[in-house]
Design a protein around this ligand. Structure first.
Ligand code: NAD
Length: 476
């Protein structure tokens, strides 16, 4: 792979170009050196991109669904062909361990493209209800705004559904990970999506993202990112009454029930809490343990944390890479310091920059016990390798603690009895509950999304496609 890259480009109406405007450096978080640049394209470029997508929409939504599904399948095949290169690109841009990137940024998005194609073929585009025919069609231009932490998957989750629905897209990916978005858009063009159906603009959230969210030509804004930015996006979109999907943050609880296999459960939760250095919206960052098992849990948690190998994300043995930026490391260390000041005990981790590597924005995996329920580290999303342990007295107490949270994205329940786990799962105020370590990435048609501050709307599967359609009821 090249040491440095040309400036990332915009794609409008099938043509690539680098816009004029303020330049932002793209930093490799492992070497801490500049790997490329991206331009804050601004509102005029956004306007051109929306116009291109609007012009392409009427013909695109008239295409047969079989044709749209076929193109998604072709894009999946191309992503499989180029998967290793794209995974390496993501790993370089934001520090994801290459082994994780291969699975989540190549294999998973290819699976999602194929699953969306299948779902589109079976989708109820026309339904008869009470003497009316409900006709569903792609709603128009979708503004897609995505983050850096699982960048290819997050783009594909929305773009595949929008395109399957017969909508057209303007994507603004994170300014920290513009190159994988460029690579993916090139694959969509190669697959044969017509010019203007999928457009890309580059730039910051505050300028280019905000211009997209506010654009009156959109039918829908689909946003994945932080709560703060999500609120801004929703309020900008509200000015033109544009519909929104908001996939926001999380503070996901993992409830280990008393009858769970303790070692399997704790090891599983530590692994999913620290995945991608904890930079995953559904990372299990609150570990709920029954009081009588607290003492027995300590050694198991320490052993599980010791299995995290920190290092060069390009090395297949690495389990934990650097955080995405110096700023993110500072934020995470600030959270840990605050937790200690609030009375928390660091079971693992130091609260200082990790010494695992001479360069790179590393933080050691950190497990904190003894925090009061109102501590920031219990309440706020940290987005780093930090897990807070919470002790419960009985199952009702576990449910209370799990639900006592401003977020509601996802949760885990661990038990020796799946039915018992399902009963607890049904009481949790979240969009998705995983029992005994099942993984979101192995279920590419199961809807994903949150309640409360984790947002609204769903991605993936039938509901993911429905999000980007309008219904017309025709009666005779
Ligand atoms: P972020 O909110 O800073 O940025 C996300 C995207 O929004 C970027 O493209 C950014 O440029 C853009 N943006 C920022 N401010 C904007 C504004 N005012 N107007 C328009 N666009 C704007 O988030 P991030 O740091 O890139 O990502 C981390 C966050 O994303 C975490 O909170 C994480 O939980 C969340 N996330 C949620 C999901 C989910 O599916 N629920 C998945 C992954 C990440």
């Amino acid at each position: 792979m090249a040491d440095t890259f040309d400036r990332a480009g915009c794609l409008i109406d099938g043509d690539w170009f680098v816009p004029a405007g303020p330049v932002i450096e793209v930093i490799d978080p492992f070497t801490e050196s500049v790997m490329g640049e991206v331009v804050d394209a601004g509102s005029e470029v956004v306007d051109d991109a929306v116009r291109s997508a609007a012009a392409a929409h009427p013909a695109w939504r008239r295409t047969d669904v079989a044709e749209r599904a076929e193109l998604l399948d072709r894009a999946a095949d191309l992503l499989t062909r180029d998967g290793s290169a794209i995974a390496a690109l993501v790993s370089r841009e934001m520090g994801m361990p290459i082994s994780l990137a291969e699975v989540t940024q190549a294999q998973l998005p290819a699976d999602v493209l194929r699953a969306t194609a299948r779902t589109a073929r079976d989708f109820p585009w026309s339904q008869d209800i009470d003497g009316a025919t409900l006709v569903r069609r792609g709603s128009g231009v979708v503004g897609a705004i995505t983050p850096w932490n699982m960048p290819v998957h997050q783009i594909v989750a929305k773009v595949s559904a929008a395109l399957a629905a017969g909508s057209t897209v303007v994507l603004k990916a994170s300014e920290m990970t513009p190159y994988d978005a460029n690579a993916l858009a090139a694959l969509f063009l190669e697959a044969g999506f017509p010019a203007g159906v999928f457009n890309v603009v580059t730039g910051t959230g505050a300028v280019t993202g905000a211009a997209l969210a506010a654009h009156p030509g959109l039918a829908h804004v689909s946003f994945t990112g932080s709560v703060v930015a999500g609120r801004t996006v929703a309020s900008l979109a509200a000015q033109t009454l544009t519909r929104c999907t908001l996939e926001l943050g999380g503070k996901s609880p993992a409830v280990v029930l008393p009858d769970a296999d303790l070692e399997t459960a704790l090891t599983g939760v530590v692994t999913s809490g620290l995945v991608n250095s904890g930079q995953a919206c559904n990372a299990t960052t609150r570990l709920l343990i029954p009081e009588h098992l607290a003492a027995d849990s300590v050694d198991i948690i320490e052993d599980a944390v010791a299995q995290q190998v920190l290092g060069n994300p390009a090395d297949p043995r690495t389990r934990q890479g650097p955080l995405v930026s110096a700023r993110q490391r500072e934020r995470v260390l600030d959270h840990i310091g605050d937790a200690v000041a609030a009375g928390g005990h660091l079971l693992t981790g130091t609260g200082k920059p990790s010494e695992a590597s001479p360069t790179g924005y590393f933080v050691d995996p950190t497990v904190i016990t003894g925090l009061p329920e109102d501590a920031r580290a219990i309440r706020e999303e940290i987005f780093g390798p930090v897990i807070a342990v919470q002790i419960y007295t009985d199952v009702d107490d576990a449910v209370r603690i799990a639900n006592d949270c401003a977020y509601g994205l996802s949760a885990e329940v661990w038990s020796g009895d799946v039915e018992r786990a399902r009963a607890v799962a049904g009481r949790l105020d979240v969009g998705q509950v995983k029992i005994n370590g099942v993984r979101t990435r192995n279920r590419p048609t199961v809807p994903f999304g949150g309640v409360k501050n984790s947002g609204y709307g769903r991605e993936l599967g039938h509901l993911g496609i429905e999000e980007f359609t309008d219904v017309t009821a025709v009666m005779s």
